[in-house]
Design a protein around this ligand. Sequence first.
Ligand SMILES: Cc1cc2nc3c(=O)[nH]c(=O)nc-3n(C[C@H](O)[C@H](O)[C@H](O)COP(=O)(O)OP(=O)(O)OC[C@H]3O[C@@H](n4cnc5c(N)ncnc54)[C@H](O)[C@@H]3O)c2cc1C
Length: 414
Amino acid sequence: MQLDPAISNPAVEEKRLDDGKWPNLTFILGHAASLDLASQTLSLSTGQSISFDRLCVATGARPVKLLGVTPELAGQILTLRDTDSVEKLAANLERARSVALIGNGGIALELVHALHTLDITWIVKHAHIADAFFDIDAADFLLDILRARRCAAASHARKARGEAAAGRLVIEAHSSVRSVRPGALPGSSTIPPATRTGLELELSSGKRVAADVAVAALGVVPNTEWVSGALERGPTGGILVNDRLESVSALGRVWAAGDACDLSVLEARPPDGSQWFQMRLWTQARSQGILAAHAMAGVDEETGASMAFELFTHVTSFAGHKVVLLGRYNAQGLDDEPAEDIRSYCRTSPPDDQGRGGTFVRLLLRKDRVEGAVLIGDTELEEAVEHLILDRLVVGHLMPGLLDPDAELDHVFD
Ligand SMILES: Cc1cc2nc3c(=O)[nH]c(=O)nc-3n(C[C@H](O)[C@H](O)[C@H](O)COP(=O)(O)OP(=O)(O)OC[C@H]3O[C@@H](n4cnc5c(N)ncnc54)[C@H](O)[C@@H]3O)c2cc1C
């Protein structure tokens, strides 16, 4: 799979399904409630039954909700799931000064970046931030950017309006939330006490955190309960499928794609064949949708599956920096490999005091071949590293010189 920006970093736009002009498409507004494989029928919550020859399940996933919240506070804990909830968040934050942020993935990281004028207590259950995406060195690189940006914003505000102080960023590592209760509004709050109560979060460490608003960004769980009993589900709760996205319980009849499927069968393959793993992302949902459609129509090319599952690629941006993740960039699926076979090399150029610029490059090698990479900032290395991974070139003897900014990577391919 070549790194084509149009494929790897798609623009997502919401459209009504019935806007399309496809004469063979019947659009039904409804909620799938159960599946009967024997009669090949799908029942909707309205009671309507739909029979099928072939079925594709693409019901996605929903965000995990925070537990331990007293019912009267449920409305004050925001869970991000779509554009509506982002708008709700923006409205809630208008008058907030302090935010408790729970979660450690890309959404949490982006929120810390975007809310740089607010006090944030960031509650993460791992040892360091952004554990889902980065090792500790890359996480530290981003944390420096986040902190520099906060200071720069505060100094800008001071110059403009004579205001002081950057929003505080406190990280509570190795912590999860045990309970959320009504609490006093934090001293810094600008919300009138009469209009709203504050929150008090009790952490697993025993600490108590006061906040105006809490935001939960805790990952997702597949929307597949309604097929239970009919189709086997995998360890993540998705419908267990093979590399043609057929449900292992209903080959040739039911397919599943996107967040609703579980591809752990592929992840169990030995690492030599592929540097791909499942992560619930738009790009993966899109390519799986195409693959499932081809397989269902019987027009799948032989190379389709091997291409789709050859190399993990994700292009995104965190804290205003371009981020490219390639292959098993964080040693995913390599836990059982002998430690002496795994080596990682890193090159950093720090950001300026405003948190701008700077690059971070990490290559992960297994048996002297590049297995994955994290590229942050304008490194312009993505294509070369993609080829290094796909071509399975032995480059261990060229390290760490290969990471030298002046090294000519192209010569490696000659
Ligand atoms: C807040 C947030 C931010 C994200 N940001 C990024 C990002 O920056 N980059 C990225 O690559 N990915 C991102 N993702 C992940 C990305 O949105 C998903 O991977 C992708 O949308 C999955 O596509 P899908 O078609 O499988 O499922 P979805 O897009 O979730 O679509 C599933 C649809 O099925 C419907 N449905 C559910 N159950 C039923 C049922 N029983 N009957 C009928 N219909 C049902 C749902 O209402 C929904 O319309 C983000 C996710 C979230 C929650």
